[in-house]
Design a protein around this ligand. Structure first.
Ligand code: ZN
Length: 224
C-alpha cells in the first residue's frame, strides 16, 4: 500500500505556505491505495487542525490528508488512508480511492479569498499529480448522503475554475465563484454577447434578491 509522501511537494507547487505536520509521512489507517478523486470539506469549526490529525469521539484520525487554514496555509496531515468520506456514494471518492481536504470554516461564514485561492490551487495541483479531470473533484455533499460541506462554495463554478486552470487559464477563485469568469470567455462575438447578456440578467436578479434580504436584515437588527 503506497504512502503518498509526494503530497507536501505537490502542495508546495501552489506557491502557498505549506506546513508539514510532524509525523505526516507515516500517519494513516494504512497506506493510501489509490487516488481517483478529490473530496472537498469544511471542518465546521475553527483552529481545528488537531481534530483532523487526531480524530474525534467515534471517528479516529487522521480525518483528511490536508487541513487548509483561513490564512491560506496548507497543512499536510497524512500520507495514508484517512476517514473523510464513508459511506461514499461514488466509487471514485471512497476513503481508499480519494484525497480529502478539510478547510477551516464553520459553515456559517464567508470564505476568505486567500483561502479559496489556496483551495483552488491545491486541487489543481492534485489533479495534475494524479492525472484527474475536474469532474473528479467533488464536494462532500455530492458523494455522501446527509452532508452539507463545503457550504458556500458553488461546486459547478469551482470545477469550472479547476478546468480553466488545467487548461492554463489564469483565473482566480474569486473570479470564478462570483461569476466574473464570464468576462474572460473566449468565443465569437455573438456567443460572448449571449453569455454576457445572460450573466447581466442573472446579476440583476441577484441584486433584487440582495436588496430584499438587506431590508429584512435591517428590520431584524432594528428589533434586537
Ligand atoms: Zn465533510
Amino acid at each position: 500500500m503506497p504512502w503518498r509522501k509526494e503530497l507536501a511537494d505537490v502542495a508546495r507547487k501552489t506557491g502557498h505556505h505549506v506546513i508539514e505536520v510532524p509525523g505526516w509521512r507515516t500517519r494513516g489507517h494504512g497506506g493510501q491505495p489509490a487516488v481517483h478523486g478529490i473530496v472537498m470539506h469544511h471542518t465546521a469549526g475553527r483552529d481545528d487542525m488537531h481534530v483532523v490529525r487526531d480524530g474525534r469521539p467515534g471517528l479516529s484520525g487522521p480525518l483528511s490528508h490536508f487541513w487548509l487554514g483561513r490564512t491560506g496555509a496548507i497543512y499536510v496531515v497524512a500520507a495514508g488512508h484517512c476517514n473523510h468520506n464513508a459511506p461514499s456514494t461514488s466509487p471514485h471518492h471512497t476513503n481508499s480511492a480519494s484525497i480529502g481536504i478539510e478547510a477551516e470554516n464553520t459553515g456559517y461564514e464567508p470564505w476568505p479569498d486567500v483561502q479559496l485561492d489556496a483551495y483552488l490551487a491545491l486541487v489543481v495541483e492534485l489533479c495534475r499529480e494524479f492525472g484527474l479531470p475536474a469532474s473528479r473533484v467533488k464536494g462532500h455533499w455530492e458523494v455522501n448522503r446527509g452532508k452539507i460541506d463545503p457550504r458556500g462554495i458553488n461546486m459547478s463554478r469551482f470545477r469550472a475554475a479547476v478546468a480553466a486552470r488545467l487548461e492554463g487559464e489564469d483565473v482566480s477563485a474569486h473570479d470564478i465563484l462570483h461569476g466574473r469568469h464570464i468576462l474572460m470567455n473566449k468565443g465569437t462575438k455573438s456567443e460572448e454577447r449571449v453569455s454576457v447578456a445572460y450573466y447581466l440578467q442573472h446579476l440583476e436578479s441577484e441584486q433584487d434578491k440582495m436588496i430584499a434580504i438587506l431590508g429584512e436584515i435591517r428590520d431584524k437588527l432594528a428589533q434586537l
